[in-house]
Design a protein around this ligand. Structure first.
Ligand code: SF4
Ligand code: FES
Length: 399
């Protein structure tokens, strides 16, 4: 499924992927202009294969084939190297990581390396015996994704009959000793279901719920105009969350990741480029973020040929947007540059055609009118029922 979250039992920090956003904020211990001493989390994209076809998938448009995936041994070495370079947490994601038959072995390898192990999953394909094997192997946390609170709409968005299986997995998790996060990817067609989503969470063993508005990369970028909520929808959802705050306090931690097209300033994507996170693609390419392939000037080292510490410290891709030398105005002289690092490099490429530009969602960007024009179009029409949707561009499965 999409991305990651550290669980509430042993949280280091909050990381959200998927959709591909990493909202870690500014860590004052890592000065902006310096190479961080070590990455904190390794995002292991085990495969691009997935039984779901979500219209907002953050995987690249060019998916990698099964034959190109790293072997069990190669992943195990990568996990050991990650621990040796200071990584604390392994986040198994995809595609759908459960599509890897060796997932239990990989969880065991991550745990043996001393890592906190998190699984970001749609819950398909899974049965109780495999869930037990994963927990026994050392799984610390599961982030289970839902496409919504209602079956029909959820199945429509994922292009698969998946909702009933997710409810089954949620029930199984009630009896397992593993931290659970429920992840709802929020968009125009389910943002009005937030109360129902909260009710689902309250009826389960989860202690953390994440409402992650779609971030517009990959397949979501292609379906953007059909996914962006209206301003009125966004305001209503925030009112709902405010109303429930008191009731849920001390029971369920709720996080809402706003659609940054509506924000005044951009997110600190990935907690800053090459500062805290490494992503390993299914074929072993090491990326600073899940969408980095959209930036044509970047080349990526591969863990088959290069060690993780070498890649982290000196690969061109990780160096490219570290520090602030690369920044243009208005970021270069902006006093928020150590807070948001100029926003998202991939979004800058997609919206401005220049990965070094100020993220156009920033209100100080000269290109902000472009984002406002997109929102004006989205707000000009009322949200439609899922049944009357125009055709989605569904994510296919790789070979
Ligand atoms: Fe952030 Fe750049 Fe906007 Fe300043 S101008 S708020 S640094 S994106
Ligand atoms: Fe934000 Fe790539 S997704 S930097």
């Amino acid at each position: 499924m999409t991305l990651l979250e550290c669980g509430s039992l042993t949280p280091f920090w909050s990381v959200e992927l998927r959709q591909g956003t990493f909202n870690l904020g500014y860590d004052p211990e890592i000065p902006l202009g310096m190479t961080p001493s070590n990455p904190l989390a390794l995002i292991a994209e085990l495969t691009h294969r997935c039984p779901l076809h979500c219209v907002y998938c953050s995987n690249p448009l060019e998916l990698q084939a099964r034959r190109d995936e790293l072997s069990t041994e190669a992943w195990s070495r990568v996990l050991r190297e990650a621990a040796s370079v200071g990584v604390l947490q392994a986040d198994f994601t995809g595609g759908e990581p459960l599509a890897r038959p060796d997932l239990v072995d990989l969880v065991r390898a991550a745990r043996a390396a001393g890592l906190y192990v998190s699984l970001i999953t749609s819950g398909m394909p899974l049965d109780e015996a495999r869930l037990d094997a994963l927990v026994e192997a050392g799984l610390d946390h599961i982030q289970l994704s839902f496409q919504g609170a209602r079956e029909e709409a959820g199945n429509e968005i994922s292009g698969t009959k998946a909702h009933a299986q997710k409810l089954r997995v949620l029930e199984w998790l009630r009896k397992r000793r593993v931290a659970v996060t429920l992840n709802f990817v929020i968009h125009r067609h389910n943002i009005d279901q937030i109360e129902e989503m909260l009710a689902l969470a309250e009826s389960s063993s989860t202690t953390r719920v994440e409402f992650a508005n779609v971030q517009y990369y990959g397949w979501a970028f292609a379906n953007r105009e059909q996914l962006l909520p209206t301003r009125a929808q966004l305001d209503r959802s925030l009112e709902v969350l405010k109303r429930t705050e008191e009731r849920l306090r001390g029971k369920i931690r709720v996080e809402f990741i706003a659609p940054d097209y509506y924000a005044k300033y951009p997110k600190a994507c990935m907690g800053g480029w090459g500062r805290k996170l490494m992503l390993i693609a299914p074929n072993g390419d090491a990326l600073p973020c899940h969408a980095a392939r959209v930036i044509p000037s970047l080349t990526f080292e591969n863990v088959r040929n290069c060690s993780l510490p070498e890649i982290w410290e000196s690969s061109d891709a990780f160096q490219k947007f570290r520090g602030e030398e690369w920044m243009q105005e208005p970021c270069r002289s902006c006093d928020r540059r150590a807070l948001d690092f100029g926003g998202c490099r991939c979004q800058a490429l997609l919206l401005a055609g220049d990965a070094a530009a100020t993220d156009p969602v920033c209100s100080l960007s000269p290109l902000r009118p472009k984002v406002d024009a997109i929102l004006a179009g989205v707000n000009a029409s009322a949200p439609t029922e899922i049944a009357s949707r125009p055709d989605w561009l569904y994510r296919p499965n790789p070979a």
